[in-house]
Design a binder for this molecule. Sequence first.
Ligand SMILES: Cc1cc2nc3c(=O)[nH]c(=O)nc-3n(C[C@H](O)[C@H](O)[C@H](O)COP(=O)(O)OP(=O)(O)OC[C@H]3O[C@@H](n4cnc5c(N)ncnc54)[C@H](O)[C@@H]3O)c2cc1C
Length: 269
Amino acid sequence: MIPAPFDYVAAESTTHALDLLDSLGEDAKLLAGGHSLLPMMKLRLATPAALIDIGRLTELIGIRSDGDELVIGAATPHAAVAGSDLVRADAPLLAHSAAQVGDPQIRHRGTIGGSLAHADPAADLPMALVALGGRVDLLSQDGTRSVAADDFFTGFFETSLEPGELIASVRVPRQPGAAWGYQKFVRRANDWAIVGAAAINGRIALANMGPTPLRARAAEQALADGASPAEAAELAAEGTEPGEDVHADRDYRRHLARVLTRRALENRT
Ligand SMILES: Cc1cc2nc3c(=O)[nH]c(=O)nc-3n(C[C@H](O)[C@H](O)[C@H](O)COP(=O)(O)OP(=O)(O)OC[C@H]3O[C@@H](n4cnc5c(N)ncnc54)[C@H](O)[C@@H]3O)c2cc1C
């Protein structure tokens, strides 16, 4: 459980971080809260030659509203998202999701950008961002681009981040008063979802039902066509290819997706 040797450099600004990403190349990794990267390094599943610490860059931390959207800096810890009055009022599903991540220690170190870049299909915030129809703002030496959550997660622990890019911020639509539901089935407190479901405004996202967070599109279409939540939820697992592990086989995960989607559509948390 000891990582391979690596260099460490604390970035002094976002520009400095981008310079370092360029000069150090693909052997370097960004370090935010370290709560996913360091366990991977200890297991030697990741062996970066250098870490570029962006976790203390104040320009990447904070929450503000910008027209119809909330903008959350990538290095904002989960606890700040969960406790923000702004997020609780305008995107309560996101605040609730951040409050479900691990335990208080993890929520005070782990960051929203780190969670999205890590792209664990069982994680909370990727599912929440997909349900909300959010976006991720990416920054590189070439400028910025904004990627919809639906397009950001491209495979198992894979995203559309290109070499030299970092997540600068996360955008979610402001939806005060919208009905929403959030369900996370776990074996133990503080765990990742065996299956998760989040629903808001006719959008339904699932966690751990495939290599990425997924939209339950057949159920969404049924809702749009006038089906009841119970009827629509019966279609939640359509088209999914969930994995199997010691916690659940494929059929049990599909069953969970249907049950959790119904509860999420009934606005239960
Ligand atoms: C015991 C334990 C329990 C947990 N339980 C849960 C849980 O229930 N639900 C859940 O969702 N998560 C859970 N997590 C994961 C937690 O949410 C992590 O904080 C999160 O996945 C990673 O965030 P981080 O800031 O720690 O990222 P880091 O570990 O620092 O980085 C993770 C990856 O993202 C990259 N990265 C970081 N920031 C950026 C950026 N701005 N731009 C581009 N790339 C970036 C890094 O290079 C690295 O590849 C748990 C973790 C632990 C250790």
